[in-house]
Design a protein around this ligand. Structure first.
Ligand code: ADP
Length: 438
């Protein structure tokens, strides 16, 4: 039987100049670079990376022994590392792993390190989403996800990196907030998300309204089973919309969620970190109401939130809440995309004419007062309530109604404000139906 010493073969005892590994071009590569050093030697590297990890690296060089040894050792060191770690391999690392090179040929290790770095950066460039690097491919060593925080445990660091990897693939994150429950926040979140899908965007809808996760009901998804792939939870797909809600996890829709703060935080974190959201143009988040711990946790977990839509009702008592919601956003550095006044007047089911029920215009006044955009007033429309109960998004169910036009105008204003580009894309309207739930 071999002794432990015999089983372990240190890379330093392999003569990489005599037996270079991974020499020659690599098929199916996604990163490549070729550099000629000041000594006149040329080196080329090919990198194949998957989900941000270097699976395979190969090289060629027209240089002699030390170049071969350096290139070969660089491939050894890079494989299995994250792209950013492989890109950070230095001349010193290569020399140390080789057990040193004569001083006059140490530059060969520098050429190998530089060419490997350039190939890894090329892989990142090719694998970016909308030109924006994402964590799974990121070679940006300055990204917060690459820095372990002071006092952070290994486990917490790994979780934060995992979360960041998901968030980086989501181009825009929009929060739908309200000062209190029952004002139509979820209704607006659903219709906004669907309107973005109709405009050809890839959209996620995350319902973290712990106390009233109503989105499964509003989209007719209560009985749709969740499934996992590769240890990750898959959101329910409905046309171009990916949906996840705490409601999917309640055995009985009447169950109350009685969780302490840390449990809620953990659940929200898992909804982001352990879910296969994939690449999204926008994630619409239906936040818990109010300005307390729960919406705060949501904002903290989401990191950079691109904007918040604040939903209110016309009554005077709602004014205080909406002001609080706007201040909350300001304190957290979340841009307020605007205020929506919901249940503003009553839309006649026959002619669509809107009659004032309570004095309206409160939402607009607060928006003006607090210097944030006013996005529009949505009337109380029995068809909205009916659509919610039937599990269909109002905006697709009553496309031509005056209220649907108001909703589309709100989306257009969000688009003008740069919240999301809504250039007409795929003909998604026909696919937004329960029958398309995968
Ligand atoms: P929140 O998320 O603020 O608690 P919801 O979106 O769940 O509020 O709405 C509460 C109820 O009010 C739902 O039954 C919904 O159908 C209804 N609703 C919301 N907006 C309107 C509206 N403009 N017209 C009629 N019913 C509405």
């Amino acid at each position: 039987m071999e002794s432990p010493e015999q089983q372990f073969v240190s890379p330093t005892v392999i003569d990489h100049a005599q037996a270079p590994r991974n020499r020659g071009p690599l098929a199916n590569f996604n990163g490549h670079a070729r550099i000629t050093g000041p000594c006149g030697d040329t080196m080329a590297f090919w990198v194949r990376a998957r989900e941000g990890t270097v699976e395979n690296v190969s090289f060629v060089t027209d240089g002699c022994g030390p170049s071969l040894a350096s290139g070969s050792m660089a491939t050894c060191l890079a494989e299995g590392k994250r792209l950013n770690q492989a890109a950070a391999i230095t001349q010193r690392d290569i020399l140390a792993a080789l057990g040193g090179l004569p001083g006059e040929v140490e530059h060969c290790a520098l050429l190998a390190a530089n060419t490997l770095k350039a190939a890894c950066e090329d892989a990142v460039r090719r694998m970016t989403l909308d030109g924006k690097p994402n964590c799974e491919t990121c070679a940006d060593a300055s990204c917060a996800a690459h820095q372990r925080l002071a006092g952070e445990t290994e486990e917490a660091f790994a979780e934060r990196q995992q979360l960041q990897a998901k968030l980086c693939r989501i181009h825009k994150k929009i929060l739908v907030l309200s000062g209190k429950g029952g004002v139509g926040k979820s209704t607006i979140a659903v219709n906004l998300a669907v309107a973005f899908v109709l405009a050809g965007r890839k959209v996620g809808l995350l319902d973290v309204d712990i106390h009233g996760p109503s989105i499964p009901t509003m989209l007719g998804l209560e009985t749709v089973p969740l499934h996992e792939v590769g240890g990750e939870l898959c959101p329910v797909e409905m046309g171009g919309l990916k949906v996840l809600s705490l409601g999917f996890f309640l055995k009985n829709p009447d169950d109350a969620v009685i969780w302490r703060g840390p449990m809620k935080m953990k659940a929200i974190q898992q909804f982001l970190k352990d879910v296969a959201w994939g690449d999204l143009d926008v994630l619409v988040v239906d936040s818990p109401p109010g300005t307390g711990d729960e919406p705060l946790s949501v904002c903290q977990l989401l990191g950079k939130v691109d904007g918040a839509v604040v939903v209110t009702t016309p009554q005077k008592v709602a004014a205080v809440d909406v002001r609080k919601s706007i201040s909350f956003c300001r304190q957290l550095g979340v841009p307020v995309l605007g205020v929506v006044e919901n249940m503003s007047g009553f839309a006649c089911p026959r002619c669509g004419e809107v009659t004032a029920v309570f004095p309206s215009g409160g939402g607009r006044r607060i928006a003006e007062d607090m210097n944030v955009p006013f996005l529009g007033s949505i009337p109380m429309d029995p068809k909205i309530a009916e659509s919610c109960d039937e599990g269909r998004a109002y905006i697709t169910n009553y496309t031509d109604s005056p209220t649907a036009v108001i909703m589309r105008n709100i989306v257009a204003r969000l688009s003008e404000a740069g919240a999301i580009s809504t250039s007409e894309g795929a003909d998604a309207a026909s696919t937004m139906d329960r029958t398309n739930v995968e």
